[in-house]
Design a protein around this ligand. Sequence first.
Ligand SMILES: [Zn+2]
Length: 460
Amino acid sequence: MRTIVGVGPYSGAMRRLVAVLVVASMLAVSAAPAATAQISQPDIIQEHWYHSYATLTLDVNAWADEHPEIVNLLVVGNTELGRNLWMLQISDWGQETKPDGTPKDVVYIDGGHHGNEHLGTELAFLTAEFYIEGWADGEQSVIDVLSTTELHILIMLNADGNDFDTRWNVNQVDLNRNYDHYWNTCPTTQPGSSAFSESETHANSIYMNEVVPHADLYITMHTGVWIMLYPWGKWPDQPSDWELFHFIRDEVNSNISDIPIRNANQGLYPNCGTSRDYGYGVMGYPTFTFETDDEQFLLGSVESISERLGEELDVMQYLIRDVWYWRARLIVESIVIKGDEVDAHVVNLGRASTTNASLHYTDGTGELLWSSSLFGVNATNETRVTLDGGNLTLVEGGTWSINYQKRVIDASMWVNEDVNESVIEKGAGISGFLPAPSMLIVIVSFALAAINRRNDKFEH
Ligand SMILES: [Zn+2]
């Protein structure tokens, strides 16, 4: 039996039937270790609102069994009590890249750092469910997202705390103060004995670093005050990529939801060692803490949980659909080489700025022959720069690329992207390759390397 709660395709009557079956199944499994903690909850009816570790385990395995073409299910670590940390990897796995051959965009989502913040955990669940069921139903917008994007979703990080209905993990540590970013430097409670002292946060950091270092969005789900928080928690200052965060804030508030979107330190209170600040300050991701609600529990019908979080899910769909924009996206419109100068026209189609772009010129073996000085390109803007090309020597088979960080924050990833040959122009007076004093050195070094056909590489 599939024991999913509040899921899409059922009719109202069917949902109520499912709810009854779920309650029945929970009573039936109440002797299992993972379910015993639930007996202490005040109302068995309330339990079917929220996932226990046991019901989550059933649901994610059912998804993996039913939709192997889009769902990879992994265990990426264990809680302190040994429960599995289930990771869903959701994408159209029949295609390794986007249809145009470029790498898919990567989104990372986790829920359930705090075991008593069930609505946050449910929003992570509903996000996964939306894409899996949308795919099954053949919804074109979902198919489009899954053909271009990888979603990595860890729904319940603190499975031990979830089943005990406590904020902390079993060691009484606040997992969202246990990350290695200014750990234990704020007035805080129960941050653990050291950064990543807990198996749950340690596993999460390993996954970030080893599997999704390229992510262009990280959302961590909580419940408390209805708000979305961007970095920093540590400082009241706006983050380096404030333009990106403010753009998203304005778009969400104009078109989707009135949810307040603020710097975490100002919007909530100073907090350190959070996964949000770690995600931005160490991994370089654009990060949000999504605080879904100010209610710790609900009364009502099965339908309400997805309806209650419908607006929040709309925000998630927007953030995921537009993930391509959450970084700098530089396009080199032209490179004109004239004398000792290189004029470049570079457009940024992304919503994040970059401050340290440079042009690279590389020979056929991949050796860097020349790089320009650094220049910046603001979000949704363009730059025309004149660069010193005095040391530039063109060789046959040489290629151009642009090298930059995806965002302003120091930690953000560097990318090196090819420049289309067709945008390179050699200005008046330049025929063939540039004569330059360094040409002699290049020729000598090639000769010393005794490479055949070396002379064919040059024209004069
Ligand atoms: Zn929380």
